[in-house]
Design a binder for this molecule. Structure first.
Ligand code: ZN
Length: 322
């Protein structure tokens, strides 16, 4: 049973908004595009686990995606956590292509692809750290720990995985995606005599403890606010800005007309600039001159008076989405 579904990660949403509103000539444009590609590939890898995980008994297992917990001093993030009555299992998903070699004496994963070698941090070490953090978290928050197992899952079926020292220990902790249900069944046998725990309260507690990440993306990529394109984007050809005509947005390039494209622009404002907006800021960002029209667009969002004026809560734009 999936208890906490996987949403499109905030990193991807923010980077998409940023890419849309950055000039192709901006010195950070390529870096932003590359980062977006990296996060999307990771997300696709995680989604590709849905099928093998659908073979698990929904009675026995509870699945939580994208958990971000605080162990007291820092945050740690778990792609997927599977809860069974006898043990917990952390899955760390990697969507790498090419030939991968674990160099366990140097704690690196070397990828060879198209004649190029590239080193990544050893994901087994990474997942071992998560295991320790989760156990410390349970001890501190709940006063007990459970057995925590880990598996690094390579999502790409064509990836070749090797280890330099023929290290069985490491290879036991990695799997490819289609073998995942069988590996979980093996763990089930290994832990069948463990003490049984009540899972509902544990999963409820984990969900309450989850803390979404938020950070200033313009600061992270060193982009000035004045370098962000303002205006409503055309949903058909992506041109910014569309023009406000009588009750509709009109694209001067492809002539597409739309009634509600300002909603997407306000979401970009939310991801890039601020979770709240004033009437004045909305007029500047959407390129409209009428205070009444801006009010009409914002009025359903809910507002709070702050200082001299109202600020509208853009978080409410997402209420109707999954
Ligand atoms: Zn257009």
């Amino acid at each position: 049973m999936i208890i906490k579904p996987r949403n499109l990660p905030i990193e991807i949403r923010k980077l998409e908004s940023l890419q849309r509103r950055l000039s192709l000539k901006h010195p950070q444009y390529q870096h932003v595009s590359d980062q977006l590609g990296k996060f999307k590939s990771g997300h696709n890898g995680e989604e590709s686990l849905d099928f093998p995980l659908s073979f698990l008994s929904t009675q026995k297992y509870r699945i939580l995606h994208n958990l971000r917990l605080n162990d007291g001093s820092r945050f740690f993030q778990l792609d997927t956590l599977i809860l069974s009555p006898q043990f917990l299992l952390i899955l760390e998903v990697k969507n790498y292509s090419g030939t991968l070699t674990f160099n366990t004496s140097y704690n690196q994963l070397i990828r060879e692809k198209d004649g190029l070698e590239e080193a990544f941090p050893d994901p087994v070490i990474q997942v071992t750290r998560q295991q320790e953090q989760l156990q410390a978290w349970m001890q501190a928050q709940l006063g007990f720990t459970m057995m925590v197992e880990t598996l690094v899952v390579f999502a790409n079926e064509r990836t070749v995985v090797k280890s330099t020292e023929n290290d069985k220990e490491t290879m036991l902790r990695v799997t490819n995606r289609s073998a995942l249900p069988y590996r979980i069944r093996e763990l089930e046998k290994k832990h069948q005599h463990n003490k049984k725990h009540e899972l509902k309260s544990l999963s409820d507690y984990l969900i309450r403890a989850n803390q979404e990440i938020d950070w200033d993306i313009l600061e992270k990529y060193q982009i000035k606010r004045t370098e962000i394109k303002t205006g409503v984007a055309c949903p058909k050809c992506a041109l910014i800005p569309m023009l406000r005509e009588f009750r509709v947005w009109a694209c001067p390039r492809c002539q597409f007309k739309s009634r509600d494209s300002h909603l997407e622009a306000l979401k970009d404002y939310y991801y890039l600039i601020s979770p709240t907006i004033s009437n004045r800021e909305a007029r500047d960002f959407l390129h409209i001159s009428s205070r009444d029209i801006a009010y009409w667009m914002l009025r359903r969002l809910g507002s709070k008076s702050a200082g001299r004026g109202m600020r509208y809560n853009l978080g409410n734009l997402f209420d109707y989405e999954g």
